[in-house]
Write a protein that binds this ligand. Structure first.
Ligand code: AMP
Length: 450
């Protein structure tokens, strides 16, 4: 079996690494991949950009690829699945119409309202109908969002009305290009964030292991928002009750709504949720693909064949599929370039990767490339070091042992990934619970098997 993974980040390295371990998979291509995917057995990089749909289609046809899995959102929103399917090729991901759930926040908010799925109240504006008086009448803090894809940077949380007005003006003034021509002004929601990721096949759903990521750059969940500085799985906040509630109140009505609107959904579906103090799972966003960095710890825990799950979804046979999960917890720590998410340097040689490769756990590459004999940084989020352990604390210790042997000029990373889960485990132990995977894994694991 030949597999093509489209994309070149940490998510795609984890997907390629996972597929390459399957005995029936003979070859995995990654387009364009990175220096880490190039090092994996059975994996080959192909020099085609992830959004060059025509070249990807030509390559997949020529190589007779059996299954293509799309990593990033851009080719999905551009309609890569429609093009591959029309050419008779198996391609895992939502169609262009279904991928609008990620491509436009204004569309998604309207979709959520119409289908009565819990989310923050909002208003949508363009330059033409912008209403400063509305903005100034809203409670603070207030959230201003660019409608289109903005690489995780199109969301500004504003503490004052002046800040909110300035954010609106900046976006409508073109600071985010076409993505900011329409904006969403949204109520701020307090609570704890959860990533809930499923494989969907029209109305059938297979929830993946629970996970949680850290969006803020600095320790203590402070500093600017980023694409994600680390993630762990399972997420103990997702109790079996909450798991069932998310499926019932968010995932099921979303898939029903998409079908009713004429764009049924197949692919990874990622709901970014804010769990309110009363337990309501409010939708912050949908992503039409797997999360990054959530993919990395989740793939470390998946014992079943990923290709088989994707094929079952494409064939409409997902309801019989039962993935097996490693009982252990996984924690992924993102190592980023100094300055990220603002300006940063590229091309810094990375030391210690060979030492790390001999240690337990796994280092997934994101923005890396080969430069002669060296592997150098090539973007903001450079690596994700993932550890496994009997609980989140043990997995985290293993991940930081990997981090400790890797270095480059101006590297930055958080030192507290998984802190909420570790605190929950400690409370469980203090209260006479089992702690460890008994507490953390039990909650996530039980949910996963639902
Ligand atoms: P989004 O791309 O919409 O998920 O927003 C990115 C991040 O901004 C989220 O992960 C949250 O941390 C934060 N955020 C977005 N919308 C809200 C909101 N309404 N209330 C509080 N935080 C939010």
């Amino acid at each position: 079996m030949k597999v093509l993974i489209v994309g070149g980040g940490g998510r795609e390295h984890a997907l390629a690494w996972k597929c390459a371990q399957e005995s029936r998979v003979t070859q995995v291509f990654v387009a364009p991949g990175n220096a880490g995917t190039a090092l994996e057995a059975k994996v080959r990089n192909v020099d085609i950009a992830a959004d060059d749909v025509a070249a990807l289609l030509a390559f997949a046809s020529r190589e007779r690829i059996d299954l293509t899995i799309i990593g990033p959102e851009a080719p999905l929103v551009a309609g890569i699945v429609d093009r591959f399917t029309a050419a008779g090729l198996s391609c895992f991901g939502p169609t262009r119409a279904a991928a609008r759930l990620e491509g436009s926040k204004a569309y998604t908010k309207e979709f959520l309202r119409r289908h009565r799925i819990p989310t923050a109240s909002h208003a949508t504006f363009t330059g033409e109908n912008f209403d400063a008086a509305y903005v100034c009448a809203q409670k603070l803090p207030l959230v201003v969002k660019a409608d289109g894809l903005a690489a995780g940077k199109g969301v500004i949380i504003c503490e004052t009305h002046d800040e909110a007005l300035a954010a609106c003006e900046r976006m409508l003034g073109g600071a985010f290009g076409a993505a900011g021509e329409t904006i969403v002004v949204e109520e701020f929601l307090a609570g704890e964030e959860v990533s809930f990721i499923v494989i969907a096949s029209d109305q059938d759903v297979l929830p993946l292991a629970t996970s949680q990521d850290h969006k803020r750059r600095d320790d203590g969940d402070q500093g600017p928002n980023t694409g994600g500085m680390g993630a762990y799985s399972p997420a103990p906040i997702v109790t079996p009750e909450l798991h069932a509630r998310i499926l019932r109140e968010v995932i099921a009505p979303t898939l029903r709504g998409l079908r009713a609107d004429g764009s049924p959904y197949t692919g990874f579906l990622y709901a970014g949720l804010m769990i309110a103090p009363d337990g309501t799972p409010n939708v912050l966003e949908f992503n039409c693909r797997f999360g990054d960095p959530e993919t990395q710890p989740i793939m470390m825990r998946l014992d079943s064949e990923l290709t088989a799950l994707c094929e079952a979804a494409l064939a409409g046979k997902l309801s019989g599929a039962e993935p097996r999960w490693d009982e252990r917890a996984a924690v992924g720590v993102v190592m980023a370039s100094g300055g990220y998410p603002d300006a940063f340097r590229k091309g810094e040689p990375i030391a210690g990767l060979e030492t790390a490769a001999r240690l337990p756990g796994k280092v997934f590459h994101a923005a890396t490339k080969r430069d002669g004999d060296a592997i150098v940084t090539n973007g903001g989020r450079v690596l994700c070091a993932v550890g496994l352990g009997e609980n989140v604390a043990a997995a985290r210790a293993q991940a930081y042992e990997l981090v400790a042997v890797i270095h480059w000029n101006l590297v930055q990373y958080r030192r507290d990934i998984g802190h909420r889960a570790v605190a929950r485990d400690e409370i469980a132990v203090g209260a006479g619970g089992t702690g460890g995977t008994g507490g953390a894994g039990g909650a996530g694991g039980a949910g996963v098997d639902d």
